[in-house]
Design a protein around this ligand. Structure first.
Ligand code: PAF
Length: 281
C-alpha cells in the first residue's frame, strides 16, 4: 500500500528521514485525476531520484469563481493504484486547512507572466499556482520537481519564481503526452462528450499546421494564427480564447515565429476549456 501523508509535519519528517539516509527526492505536484501524462513525470522522477513523492491537492486558490473547483474529478484510490504501478514512494495529500490555515493571506505574484495568455481569462489563477507550488516545494524540499509542458505558461511562471526567489530545486519540464489522435492528455478531457473529443483534435491539428508553415518558410505570426483559426473554427463546438506565438520566457507575442518560440492555444470545446502548445523547432 502506498503511504498517504496528510500533514505538513509528517511529510517534513519523512523527507528528513530520506535526507538522513542520503537519499535524493524527486517531486511531482498534481491535482489528482491522474493520466498517462502525470505517470510519465513519475517514471522520469523514479529514474532520476532515490525516492519519489507525488502530491495530490485540488488547490482552491487557482480556481476562479465560476470555474470547476467543486466538480474537478477526485479519484484518490485509482490515483494511488496508478502511482504504485509506476514506482512512486509516497503520496502527500494535505488537507486544505493544512495548506491554508485560518488567517492565510500571502500571495506570490509573478508579475507580467501571470497576466499573459491564460492569465487574461483566468485572473488570479497563476498567483494561486505560484503560492501552492512554492509552499509544496518548501514542505517537500525535493532535489528535482517535474512538470508537464502542456501547461506551458505555468512552467514559465514556476521557473521564473524559482529563479527569482532562489528556491533550491531543479525544475524539469517533460513533453506533452497525447492520445492517438493528438489530443493532449488532461484531467479535464473527462468532461468531453464523444463528439467533443473529436472536435478537440482541432487544437493539435492547428498546432501541427503552425509547425508545417514554419518548415515551409512562413514565419509571419499573424498569417500562421489566421490559418490556425480557420482549422479550429471549422469545429462547431469550438470557441477560441487565444492563439498566440510567444517568446518562451517572457511570453510576449513575437511578430515572426522562429525556432524556440511557443505556439499556444486555448479553446473552449463546449463547456470545457482546453489548452495546448508546441515549441517550434
Ligand atoms: O498542474 C497542476 O496540476 C497544478 O497547477 C499544480 C502544479 C499541481 C498546482 O496546483
Amino acid at each position: 500500500m502506498l503511504p498517504v501523508i496528510t500533514s505538513a509535519r509528517d511529510i517534513k519528517q519523512k523527507i528528513k528521514d530520506f535526507r538522513t539516509n542520503a537519499l535524493t527526492v524527486g517531486f511531482v505536484p498534481t491535482m489528482g485525476a491522474l493520466h498517462e501524462g502525470h505517470l510519465s513525470l513519475v517514471r522520469q522522477a523514479k529514474r532520476e531520484n532515490d525516492k519519489v513523492v507525488v502530491s495530490i491537492f485540488v488547490n482552491p486558490l487557482q480556481f476562479g469563481k465560476n470555474e470547476d473547483f467543486s466538480k474537478y474529478p477526485r479519484t484518490l484510490e485509482r490515483d494511488c493504484e496508478l502511482l504504485s504501478g509506476v514506482g512512486a514512494d509516497m503520496v502527500f495529500q494535505p488537507e486544505p486547512s493544512e495548506m491554508y490555515p485560518p488567517g492565510f493571506c500571502t500571495t506570490v505574484a509573478v508579475e507580467r507572466l501571470e497576466e499573459r495568455l491564460c492569465g487574461k481569462s483566468r485572473p488570479g489563477h497563476f498567483r494561486g499556482v505560484a503560492v501552492v507550488v512554492l509552499k509544496l516545494l518548501h514542505l517537500v524540499s525535493p532535489d528535482i520537481a517535474y512538470f508537464g509542458q502542456k501547461d506551458f505558461q505555468q512552467t514559465a511562471v514556476i521557473k521564473r519564481m524559482v529563479s527569482d526567489l532562489s528556491v533550491d530545486v531543479t525544475i524539469k519540464i517533460l513533453p506533452i503526452v497525447r492520445n492517438a489522435g493528438g489530443l493532449a492528455l488532461s484531467s479535464r478531457n473527462a468532461y468531453l462528450s464523444e463528439t467533443e473529443k473529436i472536435d478537440a483534435l482541432c487544437l493539435y491539428q492547428s498546432l501541427t499546421k503552425a509547425q508545417s508553415m514554419g518548415k515551409a518558410g512562413i514565419f509571419d505570426a499573424r498569417k500562421i494564427a489566421m490559418e490556425m483559426e480557420e482549422i479550429i473554427l471549422a469545429r462547431s463546438s469550438a470557441i477560441i480564447d487565444y492563439i498566440s506565438i510567444v517568446h518562451p520566457e517572457t511570453l510576449e507575442d513575437v511578430p515572426e515565429a522562429r525556432s524556440g518560440n511557443v505556439v499556444a492555444v486555448a479553446v473552449r470545446i463546449g463547456k470545457t476549456r482546453l489548452i495546448d502548445n508546441v515549441i517550434l523547432s
